[in-house]
Design a binder for this molecule. Structure first.
Ligand code: SF4
Ligand code: SF4
Length: 297
C-alpha cells in the first residue's frame, strides 16, 4: 500500500485548481476510486448537556476517525492486492488532495443534502468518508437521486444563519468554524459560541435531519467545563489526546470553555483562575469576568 502521508497527523493538503478531482495526478495510472463511509451515529445520545458541560461533538471522540477509517481502507487495499498482485493503492482520509464528498457523490454513496452533507441511505449523514485510489479498473456505480424533497429542517435548525439557501453555506457564519479558529473572535462570534457552549464541533444542522437516527444511549456529547478550563497540558492529553480535536490545541479549547462558562456563576472561581494566566483564554476570561453582569462579553 502507498500512502499520501505516513505521519499519524498528516499535514494540510496541497491544493491547486482541478487537483481535487484528478486522481491520476495523485496516483499515476489511477483507474478507480473507491469511497468508504463509516457510520458514527451510535456515538450520539439522547441526553442533554448539564449547565456545567460544553458541547464536544461525538464525531471527534476517540478513536480519531482519521485512523479508524484509514485502517479499514488499507485492509480493503490489501484485499485488492491479494486479488491481483502488483495492484497499487493510495488511501486518503481528510489527508490528501482529493475531495471525499465529490467522490462519494459520484460513487453513489449518498446524495447531497441541502446542508451539503452526504446522506447515506439507511445511515444518514453521521458518516466519516475516506477514499482508496487504485490502478485496478473496476465497474463504476451511479450517483443517487436527491431525496431531500421539500424538507428544509437543516437550514432552519442552524442558529447562526450559515445557510442563506439550500446548498449555500457560509463557513464564516458557522459555530464549528469559529470554535476551531485559532485567531481572534469578534464579540458576536464569542457571544454565540458561549450561548451554545461549543467546545468543538456543532451538529444542529445534522441532528435536525430526519435521515439521521442518533444513538439511543442516555449520554450527552459534553465535557466538564471546569475540567477543560483548568486542564494542565497533561490533563489536555488525557481528555483530548487521540481525538480529532487534539490538533486544535489546548489554548483554543480552553478559550471556548471560557466563553461557554460565561453564564454559569458556579464556574466563576475557575474563570478567575484562568484570568490570572497569560494567553487568549486568560484574556477572554478577564473580559468575561469584567462583563459578568452585563449581557455581552
Ligand atoms: S455546524 Fe452549526 S453553525 Fe455550522 S452550519 Fe451547522 S448548525 Fe449552523
Ligand atoms: S434536513 Fe431535510 S433538507 Fe436537510 S439534508 Fe436532511 S432531508 Fe435534506
Amino acid at each position: 500500500m502507498q500512502r499520501l502521508a505516513t505521519r499519524p497527523r498528516p499535514p494540510f493538503v496541497r491544493w491547486e485548481p482541478g487537483y481535487c478531482c484528478a486522481p491520476e495526478r495523485w496516483l499515476p495510472g489511477a483507474q478507480s476510486v473507491l469511497v468508504g463511509a463509516v457510520s458514527y451515529g451510535h456515538r450520539y445520545g439522547k441526553g442533554v448537556l448539564s449547565p456545567r458541560q460544553g458541547y464536544f461533538s461525538p464525531f471527534a471522540h476517540r478513536p480519531d476517525y482519521h485512523v479508524l477509517v484509514r485502517e479499514k481502507l488499507e485492509a480493503l487495499g490489501q484485499y485488492l492486492c491479494a486479488l491481483k498482485p502488483g495492484t497499487r493503492c493510495l488511501v486518503q482520509v481528510d489527508s490528501g488532495p482529493g475531495c471525499e464528498r465529490i467522490f462519494a457523490l459520484l460513487a453513489g454513496i449518498g446524495w447531497q443534502g441541502k446542508n451539503n452533507f452526504i446522506i447515506v441511505p439507511g445511515h444518514g449523514s453521521f458518516v466519516w468518508l475516506g477514499m482508496l485510489v487504485t490502478d485496478l479498473p473496476l465497474p463504476a456505480d451511479e450517483p443517487l437521486p436527491d431525496a431531500c424533497g421539500d424538507c428544509r429542517r437543516c437550514l432552519q435548525a442552524c442558529p447562526t444563519g450559515a445557510y442563506s439557501a439550500p446548498y449555500q453555506y457560509a463557513h464564516q457564519r458557522c459555530l464549528a468554524y469559529w470554535a476551531s479558529r485559532k485567531g481572534g473572535l469578534s464579540a458576536e462570534e464569542a457571544k454565540l459560541l458561549g450561548k451554545y457552549r461549543i467546545i468543538y464541533g456543532c451538529d444542529f444542522c445534522q441532528l435536525a435531519c430526519p435521515h439521521n437516527d442518533a444513538g439511543n444511549h442516555e449520554g450527552a456529547a459534553g465535557v466538564d467545563l471546569a475540567d477543560v478550563l483548568t486542564m494542565s497540558p497533561a490533563r489536555f492529553r488525557e481528555l483530548f489526546g487521540g481525538t480529532a480535536a487534539e490538533w486544535r490545541g489546548r489554548s483554543v479549547l480552553r478559550r471556548n470553555a471560557v466563553l461557554a462558562s460565561a453564564a454559569n456563576t458556579e464556574l466563576r472561581p475557575a474563570l478567575a483562575q484562568v484570568a490570572r494566566e497569560q494567553g487568549p483564554a486568560a484574556e477572554w476570561a478577564r473580559r468575561v469576568l469584567e462583563h459578568a453582569d452585563a449581557d455581552d462579553v
